[in-house]
Design a protein. Structure first.
Length: 161
């Protein structure tokens, strides 16, 4: 004789499975709040530079290479924005020394104005999770002793705090 489940047994098994899945799927842990609110307040390390409309098209370069092209010996750049409106740029050099330049920030929509901190500029910003993009126009010299060209640059940062 075949062992056939009756509809009541199948229904009971389904209900038990649903209850089991519901209970085990609950998150009663004490996980911390999400680490990356959609705000630029915090500390950000420069990771990538994207230059648009250059003589050879769009260029993406690592931050260390971009900083190295400055001729200052800079190897790493960190932006820090605090709730109190203060800002700072922490630059680490190839010899491991550091400089910190302080300033202030203000926000107007998607425009971020930084005064001091070696920046003195208003840039567009966008925060997506742990990524901050600052978009600005920079005068860049692509040919030695040639004229500088205004290029739209996306400066990409990753949240570190």
């Amino acid at each position: 004789m075949k062992n056939i489940l009756k509809p009541v047994h199948v229904l009971s098994a389904t209900i038990i499975a649903i209850i089991f899945i519901s209970v085990t799927g609950c998150d009663n842990s004490t996980d911390p709040a999400p680490a990356s609110p959609d705000t630029f307040v915090g500390a950000w390390e420069m990771t990538t530079i994207i230059m648009h409309d250059t003589p050879i098209g769009e260029m993406t370069i690592p931050a260390a290479q971009f900083l190295g092209m400055s001729g200052t010996g800079a190897a790493k750049s960190v932006l820090r924005f605090k709730d109190d409106g203060s800002a700072s740029v922490i630059t680490t050099y190839t010899d491991s020394s550091q400089d910190t330049i302080s300033g202030t920030w203000s926000e107007d929509g998607n425009n971020l104005t930084v005064t001091g901190a070696g920046i003195d500029d208003t840039v567009q910003f966008k925060v997506e999770g742990n990524s901050l993009t600052l978009t600005r126009v920079m005068a860049i010299n692509f040919v030695p002793d040639g004229p500088k060209q205004d290029i739209v640059v996306d400066m990409k940062y990753t949240r570190i705090e």
